[in-house]
Design a protein around this ligand. Structure first.
Ligand SMILES: Cc1cc2nc3c(=O)[nH]c(=O)nc-3n(C[C@H](O)[C@H](O)[C@H](O)COP(=O)(O)O)c2cc1C
Length: 415
């Protein structure tokens, strides 16, 4: 039973005719639960079986990689061919077992992969990271035209395999500083060929990916994209270019756009929300930008980052700023949170600022990700999450399990 007076409990029909049963979407959370071959592990499948019971409209998976030579983080699921098809089918079946849809987020990290994870990193141009990040992230090699064409095809191949496995749609990861986002950014993309030099050329990569995916999956299969409102980085992707990109993707036929923002160098997508629950009518981070999108496009819109309360979500929907509220971290500590919201109840837990109490460790910037990843792993292993687990305890347990390497491996993995 849902609360029919709530807008967030109402269905929404995409232009393909596909009906999404309500307005809540689980945003991508990289689960780091791929097995040694890059296939979905039993714990990953169990995690989605649990989330499926929340009655949420759509579960978007954590980012899945299109190339095993270009991982974003350890434990990624990788889809280059059909070798994992049986387990991918099981993953999709479990995720859909209570009527939710499951969309696979697909990604290429470009330069934003930690040193040592891949043989080399690539990007539209060989632009180094900011000095304080260079110890962790190598200066990438500039992609050749042939490699760019290959990556475009890989997105299409992965999407087609997701479709074959029974996923209900896919989402391109065009946000947070990964390869698509690098192509869009005048800071990272200094090319002067057809892939760079002006906004139209910088948009070509994402539009070509969209077209090649569409050609493989057909008109009825939802293709969404997560896009930055801006990079919040000097010389980076601006709101103006983001609006123009949204317009171009809308004209090309994209089914849904999710708004986020930031990169590893400016991780604004995961600000710690200090907003009080009862008064938080404008708690989400990117609502002002969403209003601007609404003025120029009718593309179905999802906004992610900062939603914490029933009132916050419902007010934003009523104001007409968005069609879907995207929520991330809450589902790692309260897997059935969507069920409560759809029934007009507040969640039982709150996403709170995390700290170890030790400035040096907090400054590493890894806690937010390691803490939430540990919670997802608990759910995947059939153990209850611990929403009030102390940051220091989580940090020390992570070191115990994985060794001091996590100081390097997990740093700034904001996805
Ligand atoms: C552990 C963790 C992993 C994440 N992985 C991804 C990812 O794979 N892809 C993505 O687009 N965003 C990823 N994000 C960002 C979330 O989708 C979302 O944008 C962010 O958590 C803000 O939403 P929230 O305030 O509801 O948590 C991740 C966030 C966390 C905490």
């Amino acid at each position: 039973m849902t609360n029919d007076s709530l807008l967030l409990a109402q269905p929404f029909t995409l232009k393909s005719g596909m009906i999404i049963k309500n307005r809540l979407i689980k945003a991508a959370l990289s689960e780091a639960l791929g097995n040694a071959e890059g296939g979905p592990s039993p714990a990953l499948i169990k995690l989605y079986r649990t989330w499926a019971q929340s009655d949420i409209g759509v579960l978007i998976t954590g980012n899945v990689m299109i190339d095993r030579d270009a991982l974003g983080e350890p434990g990624n699921v990788i889809i280059e061919d059909e070798r994992h098809l049986v387990f991918l089918k099981e993953w999709a079946t479990m995720a859909k077992s209570s009527g939710s849809q499951v969309w696979m987020q697909i990604n290429h990290p470009g330069k934003q992969a930690l040193r040592g994870l891949n043989k080399e990193t690539v990007s539209p141009s060989a632009v180094p990271f900011s000095p304080k990040m260079q110890a962790l992230f190598a200066t990438p090699r500039e992609l050749t035209h042939v490699e760019i064409e290959d990556i475009i095809q890989r997105f299409a191949t992965t999407a087609a395999i997701a479709q074959k496995a029974g996923f209900s749609g896919i989402q391109l990861h065009g946000a947070h500083g990964y390869l698509i986002s690098q192509f869009l950014s005048p800071h990272h993309n200094r090319r002067n060929d057809q892939w760079g030099g002006n906004p139209e050329n910088r948009r070509r990569f994402v539009l070509e990916i969209y077209k090649s995916v569409r050609a493989k999956v057909g008109a009825a299969f939802p293709i969404a994209i997560k896009l930055n409102s801006a990079d919040f980085q000097r010389g980076g992707f601006t709101e103006e270019e983001s609006l123009a990109t949204i317009q171009a993707l809308d004209e090309a036929g994209i089914d849904l756009i999710e708004i986020s923002g930031g990169t590893y160098e400016k991780p604004v997508m995961m600000q710690s929300s200090h907003t009080k629950v009862s008064t938080a009518s404008r708690e989400a981070y990117f609502l002002d930008f969403a209003k601007k999108v609404r003025q120029l496009s009718t593309v179905p819109l999802m906004v992610t980052g900062g939603f914490r309360s029933l009132n916050g979500i419902e007010s934003a929907l009523k104001a007409g700023d968005l069609d879907f509220a995207g929520l991330g971290r809450i589902f790692a500590i309260e897997p059935l949170a969507a069920k409560r919201l759809i029934n007009g109840l507040e969640t039982q837990n709150q996403v709170k600022p995390l700290t170890t109490g030790i400035k040096f460790i907090d400054d590493l910037g890894s806690l937010e990700v390691t803490w939430y990843t540990r919670q997802m792993h608990r759910i995947g292993h059939g153990i209850k999450p611990i929403p009030d687990e102390h940051g220091l305890k989580s940090f020390l347990l992570d070191i115990k399990d994985k060794g001091l390497g996590i100081l390097k491996n997990r740093q700034l993995r904001a996805s």
